[in-house]
Design a protein around this ligand. Structure first.
Ligand code: PMP
Length: 335
């Protein structure tokens, strides 16, 4: 057994689990467990890559300041690495984010700047505009800007993609991916185009996001809303290289959440809501196949942060996503 010497060395090299209990039709379905990264998500890889590239390019000096706009998994990954490497990290966070996330970030030594959630792009208080401005005001500060940072897809091109290929002996017919910043999809596509061009990319999109429309028709209208976190957009992130995707599946919150709950119950994997979307899409894709295929998708983040939401029957009932039992007996449902 290897002894590691920094938590950053634990990023990546995540295991792949073949799912035998869920019904994948004629296909073999595999799940890459990105929830096992030390910060709990696939974004640890990207956080490390964006910091290392900034160091290489001389954009970040020892003891320097990193600025980003997020309270999500990227923020946690950056916080973990900044703490190890001795950088100051400032995260600009919309004030609708859960207290738990903010406490977690502060406990990691992050300076959290709360800003308004009720303003859009172009407003000075909008979290991305705010972060960009802060990074200009603080001498030597580096703005991560994950939506436009090429070191984001680079992490997946250089680590996630070759790991997957090796773990599955180079035999992968389809990869099912969601899009937040688009780093995962763009990076994987770039690598597979050169090493396994027959591998098909399938977009798993929350119903209400515009990305599935873009894939199917090349244009899109107004976005709706959805509860799944981390994926789905109201614009096309440039890093996603969405034009390379041929197939998109729209997954409702209900289907995403019930699939994530099923994953925990039958396969024992506690993963987040975006994993529910990806897995639901992968299962639908698999069941529609008439000849055997090897299909892989991701457990993007761990499910702990969703215990009071998706894994909580009361919350699910409040959202109208599960119904009350016919006989009105809630005993089994109350912990
Ligand atoms: N799942 C979760 C839980 C995420 O936080 C993210 C990143 N927002 C993604 C999936 C999507 O990853 P990407 O940014 O590479 O598109």
């Amino acid at each position: 057994m290897t002894i590691y010497h920094s938590v950053t060395d634990l990023i990546g090299h995540t295991p792949v689990l073949q799912l035998h209990k869920l019904d994948a039709g004629v296909c073999d379905l595999f799940l890459k467990l990105e929830n096992q990264n030390p910060g709990g998500s696939i974004k640890d890889r990207v956080a490390l890559s964006m910091i290392q590239e900034a160091e290489k390019q001389g954009l970040l000096q020892p003891g320097g300041t990193i600025v980003e706009a997020t309270a999500g998994n990227t923020g946690l990954g950056l916080a973990l690495i900044a703490a190890q490497k001795g950088y100051r990290l400032i995260l600009v966070v919309p004030d609708k984010m859960s207290r738990e996330k903010i406490f977690h970030l502060r406990a990691l030594g992050v300076q959290v700047v709360l800003t308004r959630s009720d303003v859009g792009k172009g407003h000075p208080a909008y979290y991305q505009d705010y972060a960009q401005r802060l990074s200009k005001e603080i001498p030597g500060a580096f703005y991560i800007d994950q939506f436009n940072n090429n070191a984001n897809p680079l992490a997946h091109r250089t680590t996630t993609a070759p790991e997957l290929y090796e773990q599955l002996d180079g035999r992968i017919d389809a990869i099912v991916v969601g899009v937040g910043s688009g780093g995962t999809l763009g990076g994987l596509q770039a690598w597979f185009a050169g090493h396994s061009p027959h591998t098909e990319f399938v977009l798993a999109d929350p119903a209400g996001s515009i990305l599935a429309d873009q894939v199917e028709t090349g244009h899109y209208g107004e976005a709706g809303s959805w509860l799944v976190e981390g994926i789905g957009e109201d614009f096309v992130p440039p890093l996603a290289m969405i034009d390379g995707v041929q197939k998109a599946l729209r997954i409702s919150d209900r289907e995403a959440f019930t699939t994530a709950r099923e994953l925990l119950k039958v396969e024992g994997i506690l993963a987040g809501s975006s994993t529910g979307t990806l897995l639901a899409a992968a299962l639908r894709y698999c069941r529609a196949q008439t000849s055997p295929k090897r299909v892989v998708t991701f457990a993007c983040d761990s499910g702990n942060k969703y215990l009071s939401k998706m894994f909580n029957d009361d919350w699910m009932r409040q959202q109208g996503l599960i119904s009350r039992p016919e006989n009105g007996d809630l005993r089994d449902f109350i912990a």
